[in-house]
Design a protein around this ligand. Sequence first.
Ligand SMILES: Cc1cc2nc3c(=O)[nH]c(=O)nc-3n(C[C@H](O)[C@H](O)[C@H](O)COP(=O)(O)O)c2cc1C
Length: 190
Amino acid sequence: MKVLAFAATNSKNSINKQLVIHATEVLKSELDSNVEIEILDLNDYEMPIYSPDRQNEDGVHPLAQKFFDKITEADALIISFAEYNGNYTSAYKNIFDWASRIKMAVFQDKPVMHMSASLGPNGGASVMSIANTSAPFFKADVKASFSVGPFSEKFDTEAGVLKDAELAAKLRDGLEALVDAHYKDVKIAS
Ligand SMILES: Cc1cc2nc3c(=O)[nH]c(=O)nc-3n(C[C@H](O)[C@H](O)[C@H](O)COP(=O)(O)O)c2cc1C
């Protein structure tokens, strides 16, 4: 099983990236030791701000195609959303806008776990709601979603693990749903 994971932010000290790394570690150590994990850094996909004129002049940016292809190659996705003013970060939205010009079904029917983390008590619940509500349009098969906030209360940054038992259980359940979705598909295909 190949899993693509990323934090939807370009911050180098991202709390969402810490959460994504923790999720992939739990997946590998507790649920599927054979899992192949790739963690993307959105800084590697920085492009000019999407504009129809740019697309008309030069076509879809090659980094958008690269991002789209990474999703094609994956069996499942783990995404953790940073919240800026109740919405996506511009770093993520730009990549997403470019990728959606290749195909609106950006997530290509892959099973996805959505997370969000913020320093405040809502844990990025607004951006999570946007991601969950729009998921069907972009063919993301959202198997689980949960928000983590205030991050410093719920996450042990020294150990790099969720310290909140309820959230830790949600994480495990979400990962299990991804693994089940993949191996069910493998069974149907064989
Ligand atoms: C421009 C900007 C807007 C923000 N807006 C929100 C917000 O709407 N809700 C929230 O909970 N936190 C907000 N924050 C705080 C972020 O959640 C916090 O910076 C968090 O660390 C971002 O996640 P990251 O570290 O993974 O990039 C905002 C931060 C910035 C820089």
